[in-house]
Each structure stands twice: as structure tokens, then as C-alpha cells.
Design a protein around this ligand. Structure first.
Ligand code: ZN
Length: 472
């Protein structure tokens, strides 16, 4: 009882002062680690401090940030299947070698190409107005004259199901689902077109998957189910979704003309692999990763330029500092994440018989704002060991268990490989995500350098400790 009251009190204080911290920083796990292992982990304090000092205070992080900023400004958006993506991969290969690490290789992957052409949405009724629009990845085109049809605004899949097919047939469905969390709301983007098509819609639109907008439409992947008529699909802004909703509530008839022209195909791309070979177990890997491709809007600075660069930097800086962990630290720059984890799936397939060699897998693909800790998936013992390692990085020692950390690495975590994604102060991440707003202006050199320091140092400890991260 006392404990409960105290907990409530502490929680209240925390939520008043600093809502981002949780009281128990390692959620509910009960740990019973060997004292020897606890002492061994604690003995890494000096080396982790040295790695982080070299990166934060001695200029290595500054150099990395310059290389990152130069990369983003040189290549900008790097969509799957594009020549610019391949040039950006070549650049990272050269940069790795220039930074003194020749152990860089690529693995070929067949990836989808989807090139956005002209897109426009014109409101015809109740009055003429241009509606800002962005097509969703893999959407089919409209006929040249576009699709002109009445709009029905639907809040949820449940509401769609309940609506008589006759009220959907021949119409454009607008899914006006308000943002709750990304995981919860993104299904309207990925599945909306197929669900609307099954009810007879001729096109579908979504309210952009973001909690905030200054009239910015946000793109992203969508997937047609087999055997449904593929209808064009796109995102509009929160402002216009609200406007159309108000018109419908007032009983106004809404008519839009949608024009979208896209090119589809298949291309060759590459996953990029940078190894710092382990001195004792070179065949065992601690993988740090981010994706090098982006959507075709903005600069892909945040998603996932930041996560890609800090992951690439981990083996590079450890090598520059002449640190050789027992196991190999392998950075993977995944290709073609955005159309549906294509690069990661290819890597998994190619290495399916060697998965037992992956000791731990990490990913940064949810922002490189101020680092907070790790979202960890794995056995109780695995999580206890990571929690113990995180103590070295206090106050960057928060640990959560969302059940499915990361994006690309979910494929590996599902196979029982312990893994983690970077926790950071990314409350504003989805404001910019998959929009023209994802530029270098979203990034901050201090935060990205802090993330890089944490990422390199913790990957070193995990790769060097005497025991493997246990799967059970
Ligand atoms: Zn991403």
C-alpha cells in the first residue's frame, strides 16, 4: 500500500516535471544475473566513456555530422529503384574506405521501382479548390482525364464495413481516421485502397498519417490485396480532410477530380555491409543498421539518413579508435525499406542458414533526436543483460519492450534473434515523416552526435562481452 501510494506520488511528480521518463526505467523485468557478469559489464565504464568522449568532444562526431550533411545535400531523396539511390550507395562504399575501413561489401537485391509523375486533386463541388495531394507508393495511375466522382468520408474500417455497398459504388472513399499512434493508424494507408475497392470505390484517399500539419501531405507504402481491382490511392492534408468532413456533415455534395500518373518496374539495388571483424569470433555478428533508401520527397534526412549514418559510423569509429571487439560489429545499410522491407527480407533469405551467428541486431529508424535508451526484444535474460549494459550510459538508460522494435529488424526478431531499436526524443518524428518536410532542418548536430556515440559504444560492449546474448 505504502509502495503504491509512493509510486503514484512519484509518477505524478514525474508526469508534472518530465513526462518522457518512466519511474522504473527497466519496466517490470526481474533479473538475477551472475555477480561476475554484473562486474564484468561494469568494467566497461572506462572504454565506453572513452569512445563517447572521442566522438562527442574530440571531433570524430563533428566529422561524421559533416559527412552526413554532405551526403544528404548531395543526394537528397533516394527512392527505391532510382539511380540516385545507387549513386548514394557507391558514395557510402567510398566513404567507408576513405575512413580507413576496407571491409565493405554489397549484396544485390531486386527492388521495386515506382516513379511519381503528375498528381493533382481538384475539388469541383461544392466549389472549385485545389487540394494538396501525394500519391501512395505503388498506387496505379488514373486514366489521362483523371477520375471525377463523388466523395464519401469514412472514419474507420468498421464504418466502411457497415456502409451499404450502394453508397460506396462509383465513389471516392476518403478515410478520415485521426492519428492515434503510427502503428494504429497506418493501416488506413497500407490497406485502405483494397478495402475501399472491394466495396466498389473507384479511388481512395487518406487523411495523412501524422498528428500535425501545416498543410503537408504524407506518402508511404500501400499494398493491394490479390484479386482486388487496383484503384488509385493518395494522401491529402489534415486540413483538407477536415474540410471535406465538414462539407459532408453539412449535407453538401463533394465532387473531386483526381489525376495520378506513375511508372512501375523492377531494378537492381544493393544492401551495403560494413564489417569490423571480431578478434575472437569473427563469424559472430552484432548488427547495427538503418536504411539508406527514402521516399521521393524531402531529403530523407530523418527517415532514415540519421539512423543509416550512426549505424555506418559504429564499426568505422571503433576501427579508427583501434578497438577490436571479440565479435564482428557489422553495419548494414538496408536498401528498399520503404516499399516493404525488401532489402532486409533479401538479407534474411540469403543468410537463413547462418542466423544463429547473429548475436544481437540493432536498428535506428525512428529518429536520431536526443537518445534515451533502447526498445529491446528478447528473452528475459537477454533483456536483463541489456538493462545492465544500459546502466553504463545513464541517463541514456531507458529500456522498453514494445514487442516489435524497429522496422527492418522485425523480420529477424520474429525468428527469435534478440534485438533493439534506438529510443530517442522523437515526439515530433511523424510531423515530418514521408513528407517534403523531412530535410536537414529537422536534424540537430548535438543530438545526432549523441546518438552516434551511444550507438557505437553500446554495440562495442555487446560485441565484446564474454557471453553471447542468450536467446532463451
Ligand atoms: Zn524509415
Amino acid at each position: 500500500m505504502y509502495l503504491m501510494i509512493l509510486t503514484i506520488f512519484v509518477l505524478t511528480i514525474h508526469s508534472l516535471t518530465n513526462a518522457k521518463y518512466i519511474v522504473n526505467r527497466y519496466d517490470d523485468i526481474k533479473c538475477n544475473l551472475d555477480t561476475k557478469l554484473i562486474n564484468e559489464i561494469a568494467s566497461y565504464k572506462n572504454v565506453t566513456r572513452m569512445i563517447m568522449d572521442e566522438i562527442i568532444a574530440n571531433g570524430h562526431g563533428h566529422n561524421m555530422y559533416q559527412q552526413y550533411s554532405n551526403f544528404i545535400d548531395t543526394f537528397g531523396a533516394r527512392p527505391s529503384g532510382s539511380d540516385i539511390l545507387e549513386k548514394s550507395i557507391d558514395h557510402m562504399i567510398n566513404l567507408t574506405i576513405q575512413n580507413g575501413l576496407p571491409t565493405v561489401q554489397t549484396e544485390e537485391v531486386e527492388v521495386p521501382l515506382w516513379v511519381r509523375g503528375h498528381e493533382s486533386v481538384a475539388m469541383i463541388k461544392p466549389h472549385p479548390k485545389n487540394i494538396a495531394v501525394i500519391g501512395l507508393g505503388s498506387s496505379v495511375s488514373t486514366p489521362p482525364e483523371g477520375i471525377t466522382a463523388e466523395v464519401i468520408v469514412i472514419r474507420s474500417f468498421k464504418e466502411l464495413e457497415k456502409t451499404d455497398d450502394n453508397n460506396i459504388k462509383g465513389k471516392i472513399v476518403l478515410f478520415d481516421a485521426h492519428y492515434i499512434t503510427y502503428g494504429n493508424t497506418v493501416r488506413y494507408r497500407s490497406q485502405g485502397a483494397s478495402k475501399a475497392s472491394k466495396k466498389g470505390a473507384v479511388a481512395s484517399l487518406i487523411r495523412s498519417i501524422t498528428p500535425f500539419s501545416i498543410y503537408s501531405p504524407h506518402t508511404g507504402a500501400q499494398f493491394y490485396e490479390a484479386n482486388v481491382t487496383k484503384i488509385p490511392t493518395a494522401a491529402i492534408t489534415l486540413e483538407d480532410a477536415d474540410l471535406l468532413r465538414r462539407f459532408q456533415d453539412q449535407g453538401e455534395k463533394i465532387i473531386l477530380n483526381i489525376k495520378m500518373f506513375n511508372i512501375h518496374g523492377l531494378k537492381k539495388s544493393r544492401n551495403t555491409i560494413v564489417d569490423l571483424k571480431g578478434k575472437e569470433y569473427p563469424e559472430k555478428f552484432v548488427i547495427v543498421s538503418g536504411h539508406i533508401d527514402s521516399w521521393d520527397v524531402g531529403q530523407g534526412a530523418m527517415d532514415d539518413g540519421g539512423g543509416m549514418i550512426i549505424s555506418w559510423f559504429a564499426p568505422v569509429i571503433l576501427n579508427l579508435l583501434h578497438l577490436k571487439p571479440r565479435r564482428t560489429v557489422r553495419a548494414i545499410l538496408w536498401t528498399s525499406e520503404e516499399p516493404g522491407l525488401i532489402g532486409a527480407a533479401a538479407y534474411l533469405n540469403k543468410h537463413i542458414n547462418e542466423l544463429s551467428n547473429i548475436n544481437f541486431i540493432m536498428e535506428s529508424d525512428e529518429g536520431t533526436f536526443s537518445p534515451q535508451g533502447l526498445d529491446v526484444a528478447g528473452s528475459n535474460t537477454a533483456r536483463c543483460i541489456i538493462a545492465e549494459i544500459l546502466k553504463l550510459f545513464s541517463p541514456v538508460d531507458k529500456m522498453t519492450n514494445s514487442g516489435g522494435p524497429g522496422s527492418d529488424i522485425t523480420l529477424f526478431v520474429e525468428k527469435g534473434i534478440p534485438g533493439a531499436s534506438l529510443l530517442n526524443e522523437n515526439e515530433r518524428y511523424f510531423w515530418f515523416h514521408h513528407s517534403e518536410g523531412d530535410t536537414m532542418n529537422v536534424q540537430n548536430n548535438v543530438d545526432v552526435i549523441d546518438c552516434a556515440a551511444f550507438w557505437a559504444a553500446i554495440s562495442y560492449v555487446i560485441a565484446d562481452i564474454s557471453i553471447d546474448i542468450p536467446r532463451h
